[in-house]
Design a protein. Structure first.
Length: 243
Protein backbone atom coordinates (compact mmCIF):
# COMPACT_ATOMS: atom_id res chain seq x y z
CA UNK A 1 0.00 0.00 0.00
CA UNK A 2 2.77 2.42 0.98
CA UNK A 3 4.81 1.49 -2.10
CA UNK A 4 1.87 2.25 -4.37
CA UNK A 5 1.31 5.58 -2.60
CA UNK A 6 4.97 6.53 -3.02
CA UNK A 7 4.90 5.57 -6.73
CA UNK A 8 1.85 7.77 -7.26
CA UNK A 9 3.55 10.64 -5.43
CA UNK A 10 6.56 10.26 -7.75
CA UNK A 11 4.33 10.38 -10.82
CA UNK A 12 2.72 13.55 -9.44
CA UNK A 13 6.20 14.96 -8.69
CA UNK A 14 5.35 15.51 -5.03
CA UNK A 15 9.01 15.29 -3.98
CA UNK A 16 8.66 17.15 -0.68
CA UNK A 17 5.74 14.95 0.26
CA UNK A 18 7.72 11.82 -0.62
CA UNK A 19 10.56 12.76 1.73
CA UNK A 20 8.13 13.62 4.53
CA UNK A 21 6.16 10.42 4.03
CA UNK A 22 9.34 8.32 4.13
CA UNK A 23 10.39 10.11 7.31
CA UNK A 24 7.03 9.40 8.92
CA UNK A 25 7.25 5.72 7.96
CA UNK A 26 10.75 5.32 9.41
CA UNK A 27 9.95 7.10 12.68
CA UNK A 28 8.57 4.94 15.45
CA UNK A 29 8.57 7.72 18.03
CA UNK A 30 6.18 10.10 16.25
CA UNK A 31 2.51 9.26 15.92
CA UNK A 32 0.30 11.51 13.80
CA UNK A 33 -3.44 11.84 13.76
CA UNK A 34 -4.91 11.83 10.25
CA UNK A 35 -5.23 15.60 10.09
CA UNK A 36 -1.73 16.10 11.52
CA UNK A 37 -0.24 13.78 8.90
CA UNK A 38 -2.05 15.58 6.06
CA UNK A 39 -0.88 18.95 7.42
CA UNK A 40 2.72 17.65 7.74
CA UNK A 41 2.80 16.24 4.20
CA UNK A 42 1.23 19.37 2.70
CA UNK A 43 3.61 21.71 4.52
CA UNK A 44 6.59 19.61 3.43
CA UNK A 45 5.50 19.78 -0.21
CA UNK A 46 4.90 23.53 0.05
CA UNK A 47 8.37 24.11 1.57
CA UNK A 48 10.03 21.93 -1.07
CA UNK A 49 8.38 23.80 -3.94
CA UNK A 50 9.25 27.19 -2.43
CA UNK A 51 12.89 26.15 -1.97
CA UNK A 52 13.13 24.87 -5.55
CA UNK A 53 11.56 28.11 -6.82
CA UNK A 54 14.11 30.19 -4.90
CA UNK A 55 16.96 28.03 -6.23
CA UNK A 56 15.65 28.46 -9.79
CA UNK A 57 15.25 32.23 -9.43
CA UNK A 58 18.73 32.58 -7.89
CA UNK A 59 20.35 30.49 -10.62
CA UNK A 60 18.60 32.49 -13.36
CA UNK A 61 19.69 35.80 -11.80
CA UNK A 62 23.40 34.90 -12.24
CA UNK A 63 24.71 36.96 -9.34
CA UNK A 64 28.34 37.99 -9.09
CA UNK A 65 28.45 37.19 -5.38
CA UNK A 66 26.67 34.72 -3.13
CA UNK A 67 25.71 37.57 -0.83
CA UNK A 68 23.25 37.82 2.05
CA UNK A 69 21.83 40.85 3.85
CA UNK A 70 22.89 39.45 7.25
CA UNK A 71 26.61 39.71 6.31
CA UNK A 72 26.59 43.40 5.37
CA UNK A 73 29.19 45.37 7.32
CA UNK A 74 27.72 48.49 8.97
CA UNK A 75 31.01 49.91 10.19
CA UNK A 76 30.55 53.63 10.85
CA UNK A 77 33.21 54.56 8.28
CA UNK A 78 31.12 53.04 5.46
CA UNK A 79 28.32 55.61 5.73
CA UNK A 80 25.65 52.89 5.52
CA UNK A 81 22.31 53.62 7.16
CA UNK A 82 21.47 50.28 8.77
CA UNK A 83 17.78 51.12 9.13
CA UNK A 84 17.54 52.11 5.46
CA UNK A 85 19.29 48.96 4.21
CA UNK A 86 17.23 46.70 6.47
CA UNK A 87 14.05 48.30 5.14
CA UNK A 88 15.17 47.27 1.66
CA UNK A 89 15.26 43.66 2.92
CA UNK A 90 11.45 43.72 3.00
CA UNK A 91 11.56 44.32 -0.79
CA UNK A 92 8.83 46.94 -0.49
CA UNK A 93 10.82 49.04 -2.96
CA UNK A 94 10.14 46.35 -5.58
CA UNK A 95 6.43 46.32 -4.79
CA UNK A 96 6.45 50.13 -5.13
CA UNK A 97 8.49 49.97 -8.40
CA UNK A 98 11.25 52.14 -6.91
CA UNK A 99 14.92 52.31 -7.92
CA UNK A 100 18.10 52.18 -5.83
CA UNK A 101 21.32 53.90 -6.89
CA UNK A 102 24.51 52.71 -5.14
CA UNK A 103 27.70 54.73 -5.55
CA UNK A 104 31.18 54.62 -4.03
CA UNK A 105 34.81 54.09 -4.94
CA UNK A 106 36.18 50.76 -6.12
CA UNK A 107 36.11 47.87 -3.66
CA UNK A 108 33.84 49.43 -1.01
CA UNK A 109 31.16 46.74 -1.41
CA UNK A 110 28.69 48.14 -3.93
CA UNK A 111 28.42 44.88 -5.87
CA UNK A 112 28.04 42.85 -2.68
CA UNK A 113 25.23 45.08 -1.41
CA UNK A 114 23.43 45.00 -4.76
CA UNK A 115 23.80 41.20 -4.92
CA UNK A 116 22.55 40.80 -1.35
CA UNK A 117 19.42 42.78 -2.21
CA UNK A 118 18.98 40.62 -5.30
CA UNK A 119 19.29 37.39 -3.33
CA UNK A 120 16.77 38.74 -0.83
CA UNK A 121 14.36 39.50 -3.68
CA UNK A 122 14.74 35.95 -5.04
CA UNK A 123 14.00 34.52 -1.59
CA UNK A 124 10.69 36.41 -1.69
CA UNK A 125 9.78 35.05 -5.12
CA UNK A 126 10.73 38.04 -7.31
CA UNK A 127 12.33 37.59 -10.74
CA UNK A 128 15.80 39.12 -10.75
CA UNK A 129 18.62 39.48 -13.26
CA UNK A 130 22.12 40.72 -12.49
CA UNK A 131 24.44 42.15 -15.15
CA UNK A 132 27.77 43.86 -15.40
CA UNK A 133 26.66 46.94 -17.37
CA UNK A 134 29.36 46.68 -20.06
CA UNK A 135 28.65 42.98 -20.61
CA UNK A 136 24.93 43.70 -20.91
CA UNK A 137 25.49 46.37 -23.57
CA UNK A 138 27.86 44.05 -25.46
CA UNK A 139 25.24 41.29 -25.36
CA UNK A 140 22.57 43.67 -26.66
CA UNK A 141 24.82 44.77 -29.54
CA UNK A 142 25.36 41.13 -30.47
CA UNK A 143 21.63 40.46 -30.26
CA UNK A 144 20.97 43.26 -32.76
CA UNK A 145 23.29 41.50 -35.18
CA UNK A 146 21.69 38.06 -34.74
CA UNK A 147 18.07 39.27 -34.60
CA UNK A 148 17.34 38.45 -30.96
CA UNK A 149 17.37 42.04 -29.67
CA UNK A 150 13.60 42.36 -29.13
CA UNK A 151 13.57 39.03 -27.27
CA UNK A 152 16.39 40.20 -24.97
CA UNK A 153 14.77 43.58 -24.29
CA UNK A 154 11.44 41.89 -23.49
CA UNK A 155 13.21 39.50 -21.12
CA UNK A 156 14.77 42.44 -19.27
CA UNK A 157 11.42 44.21 -19.08
CA UNK A 158 9.79 41.18 -17.39
CA UNK A 159 12.23 41.12 -14.46
CA UNK A 160 10.84 42.45 -11.19
CA UNK A 161 14.34 43.66 -10.34
CA UNK A 162 17.18 44.43 -12.77
CA UNK A 163 20.65 44.98 -11.30
CA UNK A 164 23.24 46.83 -13.40
CA UNK A 165 26.67 46.70 -11.80
CA UNK A 166 29.81 48.72 -12.62
CA UNK A 167 27.82 51.26 -14.61
CA UNK A 168 29.83 54.11 -16.13
CA UNK A 169 33.23 52.44 -16.54
CA UNK A 170 32.92 53.25 -20.24
CA UNK A 171 31.04 56.10 -21.90
CA UNK A 172 28.00 54.94 -23.88
CA UNK A 173 28.12 55.04 -27.66
CA UNK A 174 25.04 55.72 -29.77
CA UNK A 175 23.79 52.11 -29.84
CA UNK A 176 24.30 51.55 -26.11
CA UNK A 177 22.73 54.91 -25.29
CA UNK A 178 19.54 54.02 -27.18
CA UNK A 179 19.46 50.52 -25.64
CA UNK A 180 19.83 52.01 -22.17
CA UNK A 181 17.03 54.47 -22.89
CA UNK A 182 14.80 51.62 -24.04
CA UNK A 183 15.52 49.55 -20.92
CA UNK A 184 14.82 52.44 -18.54
CA UNK A 185 11.74 53.57 -20.46
CA UNK A 186 10.29 50.03 -20.39
CA UNK A 187 10.86 49.74 -16.64
CA UNK A 188 9.87 53.24 -15.57
CA UNK A 189 6.97 53.05 -13.11
CA UNK A 190 6.57 49.30 -13.76
CA UNK A 191 9.65 47.55 -12.38
CA UNK A 192 12.60 48.26 -10.06
CA UNK A 193 16.22 48.79 -11.05
CA UNK A 194 19.38 48.84 -8.94
CA UNK A 195 22.42 50.54 -10.46
CA UNK A 196 25.87 50.39 -8.84
CA UNK A 197 28.59 52.76 -10.03
CA UNK A 198 31.99 54.11 -9.03
CA UNK A 199 30.90 57.49 -10.36
CA UNK A 200 28.62 59.87 -8.47
CA UNK A 201 25.16 60.23 -10.00
CA UNK A 202 26.05 63.79 -11.02
CA UNK A 203 28.65 62.38 -13.45
CA UNK A 204 26.26 59.97 -15.19
CA UNK A 205 25.00 62.65 -17.57
CA UNK A 206 28.41 62.86 -19.22
CA UNK A 207 28.77 59.04 -19.36
CA UNK A 208 25.41 58.64 -21.10
CA UNK A 209 26.09 61.50 -23.54
CA UNK A 210 23.70 63.29 -25.90
CA UNK A 211 21.98 65.74 -23.60
CA UNK A 212 18.36 65.13 -24.59
CA UNK A 213 18.58 61.35 -24.08
CA UNK A 214 20.68 61.70 -20.92
CA UNK A 215 18.08 64.07 -19.48
CA UNK A 216 15.27 61.64 -20.32
CA UNK A 217 17.07 58.63 -18.82
CA UNK A 218 18.12 60.36 -15.62
CA UNK A 219 14.70 61.95 -15.13
CA UNK A 220 13.12 58.47 -15.15
CA UNK A 221 15.90 56.78 -13.22
CA UNK A 222 16.86 59.26 -10.53
CA UNK A 223 13.51 60.82 -9.72
CA UNK A 224 12.42 59.53 -6.29
CA UNK A 225 15.17 56.87 -6.34
CA UNK A 226 16.78 55.73 -3.08
CA UNK A 227 20.47 56.65 -2.96
CA UNK A 228 23.27 54.91 -1.10
CA UNK A 229 26.77 56.39 -1.15
CA UNK A 230 29.20 53.92 0.42
CA UNK A 231 32.44 55.34 1.81
CA UNK A 232 35.47 53.97 3.61
CA UNK A 233 38.43 51.92 2.46
CA UNK A 234 38.28 48.98 0.06
CA UNK A 235 36.68 45.88 1.59
CA UNK A 236 39.02 43.75 -0.54
CA UNK A 237 41.99 45.52 1.02
CA UNK A 238 40.51 44.97 4.50
CA UNK A 239 40.14 41.23 3.82
CA UNK A 240 43.73 40.99 2.51
CA UNK A 241 45.04 42.72 5.62
CA UNK A 242 43.16 40.26 7.86
CA UNK A 243 44.91 37.35 6.16
Amino acid sequence: MNTQTLDQMKQLRLYGMIRAFNTSLSSDSIEYTNDELIAYLTQSEWDDRQNRKIERLTKTARFRYSAVMENIDYDRSRNLDKNQVQRFASCDFIKKKENILITGSTGVGKSYLASAMGHQACSQGFRVMYFNANKLFTMLKTSKADGSYVKQINRLERQDLLILDDFGLKALDTLNRHSFMEIIEDRHGKRSTIIASQLPVEAWHEIIGEQTIADAILDRLVHSAHRINIKGESMRKKLRNKH
